[in-house]
Design a binder for this molecule. Structure first.
Ligand SMILES: Nc1nc2c(ncn2[C@@H]2O[C@H](COP(=O)(O)OP(=O)(O)OP(=O)(O)O)[C@@H](O)[C@H]2O)c(=O)[nH]1
Ligand SMILES: [Mg+2]
Length: 327
């Protein structure tokens, strides 16, 4: 998704103001010539209308096609603005562009049958009014489009065609600390404005390849049944891109959750992400370990060579993602 190519969407008032200003620049130099008056009033109005309709049409054209978005972005945008509403707004803006052009055509016809400067002014004024009210009718739609654009721009690029590793585990087990260790050699992690907290995306260099890894504060740390609607949506979005889940247990239980609770959470995560490979590890090996799982200590930088090897093996085995987008 290339949000940067989406133009800024002006408000209804701004569009009208711009169109009026542009129309004003058109010289009227009639000297009592009736036909001249006819065409001048027409050309000012035409400029006004065409400025509007071409702008509105451009907004619709430059907006990414929702049906061709990757399901991850589709879910995120749906979460933020509701895609049905967005579709409706795009349709409304297209309607406003078409209607504006129609009014221009009608006006031309009417002007042809009109004699006298005053009557021509009247026809023209009425067309200005109608076009203005058409633009006003899509005021909210323009605002929604602009809001969506800003939201899309705020999303750091995730390469949805490449596997994403997602970290999960009960609160305080050391998810962020493990993420920081794994991404230590790569540029700063991007933050993701989303639900109540920021999801962060980072990169880890394994062998000579770079992989994406994601920390999801507050999202994958409690049973999914306890989630509200927004959180469930967010989890659904993550489901579309999570190839591997690193599930972290804290056998020291210093996180405040007994092993049984942590294991239960693990079971629900496995159930909820059927397409992802779940790799379970334990953190805080300086305090406690378990025989059956790979042990690391984010605090003491222990066990990460093994973890990276394991991750690379799993990531390397993932087949390329299906292609979403135009054929
Ligand atoms: N002893 C010890 N403490 C650790 C280790 N890794 C993390 N911690 C501590 O555990 C606490 C939680 O670490 P975080 O990385 O914030 O854990 P988290 O899972 O991201 O926490 P939330 O995002 O709040 O759910 C911090 O006080 C860390 O210093 C470790 O290897 N050993
Ligand atoms: Mg954290």
């Amino acid at each position: 998704m290339n949000a940067k190519s989406i133009p800024t969407v002006l408000s209804a008032d701004e569009i009208l103001e711009k169109a009026f200003k542009r129309a004003d620049k058109i010289q009227v130099w009639n000297a009592g010539n009736r036909n001249k008056t006819r065409s001048d009033s027409g050309s000012k109005l035409n400029s006004f209308g065409h400025t509007i309709s071409s702008k509105l049409r451009m907004y619709v054209r430059k907006f990414p096609s929702l049906d061709q978005l990757h399901p991850f972005y589709y879910s995120l945008i749906d979460l933020k603005v509701n895609n049905d509403k967005l579709r409706h707004s795009l349709g409304a803006i297209q309607w406003a562009a078409n209607t504006t052009d129609l009014i221009l055509k009608e006006n031309e016809k009417k002007l042809k049958g009109t004699e006298g400067k005053k009557d021509m002014e009247k026809v023209r004024k009425s067309a200005y009014g109608r076009i203005s009210s058409v633009v006003k009718k899509v005021e909210k739609d323009l605002v929604l489009l602009q809001e969506t654009r800003e939201f899309m721009k705020s999303l750091p690029e995730i390469n949805v065609d490449e596997p994403v590793t997602v970290i999960a585990g009960a609160p305080n087990v050391g998810k962020s600390a493990v993420m920081t260790r794994l991404t230590a050699a790569t540029p700063k992690i991007a933050s993701y404005p989303f639900t109540t907290q920021n999801i962060s995306i980072g990169h880890m260099d394994l062998e000579d390849e770079r992989f994406q890894i994601m920390d999801t504060p507050g999202l994958l740390d409690r049973p999914l049944e306890e989630r509200n609607d927004i959180e469930r949506h967010a989890i659904l979005a993550i489901e579309h891109i999570a190839s591997i889940i690193v599930f972290i247990l804290d056998p020291s239980e210093s996180c405040g959750y007994v092993m049984e609770k942590q294991e239960n959470l693990r079971a629900t995560i496995i159930k909820s992400f059927p397409q992802a490979k779940v790799i379970t590890i334990t953190n805080k090996s300086d305090m406690a370990t378990m025989d059956e799982y790979l042990a690391v200590s984010a605090l003491h930088d222990k066990g990460f060579e093994e973890l990276e090897k394991l991750l690379y093996k799993e990531l390397d085995a993932i087949p390329p993602a299906p292609y979403y987008g135009p054929d």
